[in-house]
Design a protein around this ligand. Structure first.
Ligand SMILES: NC(=O)c1ccc[n+]([C@@H]2O[C@H](COP(=O)([O-])OP(=O)(O)OC[C@H]3O[C@@H](n4cnc5c(N)ncnc54)[C@H](O)[C@@H]3O)[C@@H](O)[C@H]2O)c1
Length: 253
């Protein structure tokens, strides 16, 4: 992909799942990658895999809901690689599964703190660095649940809808400075996030969810990574402010 090699990418939540696949694809395309997560062992494994394949990466621990840690993440990126070109704000959790009338404030605050405030904080510290280089691309990981509702996930659905609004707003603010801001909206993707919710291949829940996609299957993290890295490439030079579905046809019906 044109425009990726030699550039610097930060990927949050890159210890596993979509973030790990994205970090590895960036590295394969020649980018220097800052792998960030709260799971230090997983993050170190991703860095080791990138280096074993001849790529360049470092690991930085950062809880995206902490302003101090996000600021330190971006500072470390610039200290190490001298610039920031791509910010992939991917870290997220599923959170409590319960209807709105029973959802606890504590569970609500946790999901909003990571899935929404975390994305805001990353953008807050990525944007000033990108303005210094005169260009950049941010990709926020939303969801199909940024487009439609889903019972028993009020905080998650609210956060993912809000991420799309935040994406559009920053795109308007920074388009004139050549900074592109987009979001991706994956459907159900086979990662530890959904496996931890009991959605494992062969289970009844898995087959039920698979049927909700036109392609009658769940997606892979690699299929989302391809879109994210493409959105950062020169091929996507006229794309900003959009939320792009990568959903096997989930929202088509
Ligand atoms: N898997 C899906 O079906 C699916 C669908 C749509 C959107 N998404 C979104 O994609 C993103 C990645 O999800 P995934 O499926 O790869 O999940 P995952 O659980 O496999 O990976 C998420 C990563 O984020 C990290 N993380 C969690 N809290 C964090 C915090 N406070 N600070 C920093 N890192 C933190 C985790 O440690 C983990 O490594 C999330 O934003 C998720 O909401 C996932």
């Amino acid at each position: 992909m044109h425009g990726i090699s030699g550039k610097v990418a930060v990927v949050t939540g890159a210890g596993q799942g979509i973030g790990a696949s994205t970090a590895m694809l960036f590295a394969r395309e020649g980018a220097k990658v800052v792998v960030s997560d709260v799971l230090d062992d997983k993050g170190a494994e991703v860095v080791a895999a990138i280096k074993a394949a001849g790529g360049d990466a470092i690991y930085v621990h950062a809880d995206v809901s902490s302003e101090e840690q996000v600021k330190a993440l971006i500072d470390k990126t610039v200290q190490t690689y001298g610039r920031l070109d791509f910010g992939i704000n991917n870290a997220g959790i599923g959170g409590l599964s319960a209807p709105t009338g029973e959802y606890t404030l504590e569970a609500w605050n946790k999901v909003i703190g990571i899935n929404l405030t975390g994305v805001f904080l990353c953008m807050r510290y990525e944007i000033p660095e990108m303005l210094k280089t005169g260009a950049g691309a941010i990709v926020n990981v939303s969801s199909i649940l940024g487009w439609v509702g889903f019972a028993n996930s009020p905080a998650y659905v609210a956060a993912k809808h809000a991420v799309i609004g935040l994406t559009k707003t920053a795109a308007l603010e920074y388009g004139p400075q050549n900074l592109r801001v987009t979001a991706v909206s994956p459907a159900f993707i086979q990662t530890p996030l959904i496996e931890n919710a009991g959605i494992t291949p062969g289970s009844e829940m898995y087959s039920g969810l698979a049927q909700m996609h036109a392609l009658k299957r769940l997606g892979t993290p690699e299929e989302v990574a391809e879109l994210i890295v493409w959105l950062c490439s020169d091929a996507a030079s006229f794309m900003t402010g959009s939320a792009v579905l990568v959903d096997g046809g989930y929202v088509a019906h």
